[in-house]
Unconditional design. Sequence first.
Length: 86
Amino acid sequence: MAFISRSSSYLIRNSHSYCFRLVVPKDLQPIIGRKELRRSLKTGYLRTANSKARLFAGLVQGLFQLIRESNQMVDLSHLTAPKWVP
């Protein structure tokens, strides 16, 4: 029987913690100027990392939709995880 990973597809593991990783859609790469987005989740716990990664994925997908609708870049530099995220 094959092992099925239960971790988020947005997660990558570095030597100390988990990171969020999302490939930027090709139509938005020229606007955003990147092929992928990465952010440290600042946790070594898989369950916490999964929760944070799903939250970030939802936020980023919403921002992608805003960018598509307005056809311009949205300032992402001030984004942080909400205080209630475990």
